[in-house]
Design a protein around this ligand. Structure first.
Ligand SMILES: Cc1ncc(COP(=O)(O)O)c(C=O)c1O
Length: 355
């Protein structure tokens, strides 16, 4: 098609994820129901909102709630229709022709797609292989060298998806102190890892921290991501976003959820306990090697072709993520922590699939 942009033509269409599985452990969602007061508030909001009217295009009340949660002023918060949209907007504003985008590989795939679409030069830095003392470690010196050459934006997911490991905050801050680059740290799994650079943003105007309500807050379908950034970065994103990018219902429900963050903490603790059991269950299977994780998911290698193992699990009604097309993850699969029952069903089916 000769009227399609070259950058768009270079991308494969978004692949819808397989559906219909009984046990869904592929997208790192929260398996628990919404805390009852939040669920009830969402129903009340749906009943009283005037859907005929456009909402607050600045999401003022929601930004104030997110700011209080993150410990920053509201003018340092930007909201998007999922953090996916914010990645797109960041690359619209700061990527493009003549810019370099540096990302580790493997990492969350949206960064690569959006960098390519923006027309920027994409530079992927392979993580360390899984054999060493620090599997999947980031070669920060290489990132620093690459980021010093040319106007760059560096995206680091911390802890990383799909590997689950943490990168030290001290290493990340070197991107700001030793280069002129813009650093975006994606903390989608912050509530599980408990490590954040949010407090550093006020000191470093070239730092931004990306978060989402799709994981620990259990609101993936609602679509709300937010960026903690300098007021200048927020203003730049306000230039390129669509006017009503976060709908009224999402604004109201997300606000209630964030104002009730304490109700989600027991869920986080319970899920981490389940994750540790799942990890031990994986480690007990012959030939299976789970990697250390600071998130609600686990990357693990299997002693049989992973895609075949994935297919057997899918046939048994269990959906996990096959990551084995990634050069560093040829023997690996990724599983999200589900409820105790889901994890038990998964472990049993995996044992059968490997038998
Ligand atoms: C690292 C990372 N960033 C962003 C996202 C997307 O989140 P959202 O639902 O807010 O678009 C995910 C979802 O899996 C993720 O793992």
């Amino acid at each position: 098609m000769d009227f399609l942009r070259q950058e768009a033509a270079a991308l494969p269409p978004y692949q819808p994820f397989p559906s219909g599985a009984k046990v869904k452990l592929d997208m790192n969602e929260n398996p628990f129901p919404l805390p009852e007061p939040v669920r009830r508030a969402a129903c009340e909001i749906a009943a009283r909102l005037d859907f005929a009217r456009y909402g607050d295009s600045s999401a003022t009340a929601l930004r104030a709630a997110l700011a209080a949660y993150a410990g920053v002023p509201p003018e340092m918060v930007f909201c998007g229709n999922g953090s996916d949209e914010i990645i797109h907007l960041l690359l619209t504003a700061f990527g493009g022709n003549g810019r370099r985008v540096i990302i580790p590989r493997p990492t969350f795939v949206t960064f690569r797609r959006e960098a390519v679409l923006s027309g920027a030069e994409l530079v992927e830095v392979p993580l360390a292989p899984d054999e060493g003392a620090r599997p999947f470690a980031l070669d920060i010196d290489r990132v620093l060298r690459l980021a010093a050459e040319k106007p760059s934006i560096v995206f680091i997911v911390n802890p990383n998806n799909p590997t689950g490991n943490l990168i030290s905050p001290e290493d990340l801050l070197k991107v700001l102190t030793e280069t002129e680059s813009f650093l975006v740290v994606d903390e989608a799994y912050y509530e599980y890892a408990g490590v954040t650079l949010a407090k550093e943003v006020a000191r470093h105007p070239r730092l931004a921290v990306l978060r989402t309500l799709s994981k620990a807050f259990g609101l993936a379908g609602l679509r709300l991501g937010y960026l903690i950034a300098s007021p200048e970065v927020v203003a730049a994103l306000d230039r390129v976003r669509l006017p009503f990018n976060v709908n009224t219902f999402t604004q109201s429900v997300a606000r209630v959820a964030v104002e009730n963050a304490h109700l989600f903490r027991p869920q986080v603790a319970a899920l981490l306990a389940e994750r540790d059991k799942l990890w031990a269950g994986l480690a007990a299977l012959p030939g299976v090697r789970p990697f250390p994780t600071h998130t609600n998911f686990i990357l693990f290698s299997v002693p049989k072709p992973p895609t075949e193992v994935w297919r057997r699990l899918f046939a048994a009604g269990i959906l996990i993520l096959d990551v084995s097309r990634e050069p560093l993850l040829k023997s690996c699969l990724r599983v999200s922590t589900g409820s105790a029952e889901e994890n038990a069903v998964f472990l049993k089916a995996l044992a059968t699939a490997l038998a």
